[in-house]
Design a protein around this ligand. Sequence first.
Ligand SMILES: Cc1cn([C@H]2C[C@H](O)[C@@H](COP(=O)(O)OP(=O)(O)O[C@H]3O[C@H](C)C(=O)[C@H](O)[C@H]3O)O2)c(=O)[nH]c1=O
Length: 187
Amino acid sequence: MNFIKTKLKDAYILEPKVFGDHRGYFMETYNAKLLDEQGFSFNFVQDNHALSKESGVLRGLHYQLEPFAQTKIVRVTKGAVYDVILDIREGSPTYGQWEGFILSEDNKRQLLVPQGFAHGYCTLVENTEFVYKVDNYYSPVHDRGIAWNDPDLNIDWPTSSPVLSDKDTKHPNLKDLESQFIYKGKE
Ligand SMILES: Cc1cn([C@H]2C[C@H](O)[C@@H](COP(=O)(O)OP(=O)(O)O[C@H]3O[C@H](C)C(=O)[C@H](O)[C@H]3O)O2)c(=O)[nH]c1=O
C-alpha cells in the first residue's frame, strides 16, 4: 500500500498493491498492520456502502461533531467520483483548505480522511458505488454539514447543478459555522 501525502495535513491517498493475472486482479483493500507501520492506529467500527444511480449525485460536505467525529477510509468499487475533503480542525495549518481527488474503480485509489474534516463527493458516472470504513458510529444528532457551493470555498465540482438530498440543500457556509461546530481535537 502506498501512502501519499496530500496538501492537507494528516490526509493521505492510499494506493493498494494490485496483483493482476489472466483471471483479473487481487488487492488487499485494508490492512491494519500496514496502517500501524505508518504510525496510524484506528479502531474502525462501521463499514458503509452507498449507490448513486446517476452521474452528478453530490453527497456532502458532511462531518460528525465530537465526540462522534469520524476518521474515514473511502474508496470507489464501481464507477468514479470527484471526492473533496475540507479541513475544519481549529488551529490546523490547513484549516479552511480543501482538496479534490478522482477516486474510481479503475485507479483503485483510497482516501484517508482524518477526524475534523468535512467530506463529500460527486459522482462522475451513473451507478457509482462508494464504500468506506469509519472509526465512530453514525450519530444523527451529531451529523453536520457545510454548503457544497460555499462561495468562499469555491470548490470545483464537476457540475453546478448536482442531484442533492434535501438535507444537502440547507447547510451553512463555513464562515457562518458557529465556533462550537469547529473540530477542537482530543484534549
Ligand atoms: C451516514 C449514515 C446514514 N445512515 C442513514 C441515514 C439516512 O436515513 C440514510 C441516508 O443518509 P445520508 O443522506 O446522510 O447519506 P449520505 O448523504 O450518503 O451521507 C454520507 O455522505 C458523506 C459523503 C459522508 O462522508 C458521510 O459518511 C455521510 O454523511 O442512511 C445510517 O443509517 N448510517 C450512516 O452511517
